[in-house]
Write a protein that binds this ligand. Sequence first.
Ligand SMILES: *Cc1c(COP(=O)(O)O)cnc(C)c1O
Length: 383
Amino acid sequence: MKPAREHSIETNLVQLGVGVDERTGAISPPIHLSATYRHPGVGESTGYDYTRSINPTREVLEKGLAELEGGARGLAFASGMAALTTLFLHFSQGDHIVVSEDLYGGTYRVLDQIFANFGMTVTYVDTTNSAAVAAAVKETTKALLVETPGNPLLGIADLAALGQLCSERNLLFAVDNTFLSPVLQRPFEFGADVVIYSATKYLGGHNDLCAGVLVARDEELGERLYFLQNSTGAVLPAFDCWLLLRSLKTLTLRIDRHCQNALVIALWLEQHPKVTDIYYPGLEQHPGHELSRKQASGFGGMLSFRVESDELARSILKRLQLISFAESLGGVESLMTLPAVQTHGDIPEAERQRLGICESLLRLSVGTESVEDIIADLEQALA
Ligand SMILES: *Cc1c(COP(=O)(O)O)cnc(C)c1O
């Protein structure tokens, strides 16, 4: 049934999968585990033949993701890295891409240690500087991949300016929107061609699921990415598709709370005498604050901060009680990591030093616990 009016993203998220099973009227969509499907006759199909190619549970999720993002096609993968790898398979030997230097360490690793072997070249640039991005574009450049906010330093790239550059130079514009989710930032509005998520993070939101997503803005790129997904096979299993569908229903509620908590904690850390720097786009002195207000509807739940010494950073991680010292981010449980050693350990030492990812830098994924409890834990750990 067509709704009387266009529903908001909140409503669409909650309603994902409702009514897809016409036979039973199930509110929660069924999990289809069948690997294969009976054909009515030669040359006939129910629309489903083999689960790598199409699965009814994954189909509900993928359609929902495309709709939420406002794209033509959504694709669900077994991890964020599987999604990114499939996207990189779109390119060929000799192709060059420009990538944010402040980015997820695993993306750097797959480009540097795997795709480099196939003759793909990459230039890493400070994508908060649009002129530097333009200067990095060469004759052979095929795409720009941006993470904004950056990881772990939370720099903000100007999506409108970069979208404009990509359209002028005929580059595929890819945005890894993991840190903000479609609730807060909508890259297609700024000319992105494809949006990437590690759904292990906010979309999954409970630290119990590993998944990745690509959404293509237009049909043609969507078809191409589907071809790559089906050919190489890193699809998300049906049960995990269902878990992700369930998680998405509460995404806006969770994101609201992550944002509220993160701002309170950033303000608290800012005045702490042992904290020397704080990186959160929601703070007015953050260099990307105004830009972030313009292109996103919130600042997210991620922040990083630097403390007086490497020893203090280590002792904080040892003393944490409520907050877990663990990799990953975006779940309801608060997590803290030491990026130089963990998430960004594969970035060469000299490069990390240049970027400022040293061992006194801590990254906090602010959870949805009571903000007073999170602060109390930080207070005792910093004491
Ligand atoms: C975690 C992460 C990835 C990789 O996703 P996995 O689900 O861990 O494979 C990619 N990009 C960003 C920004 C991430 O935080």
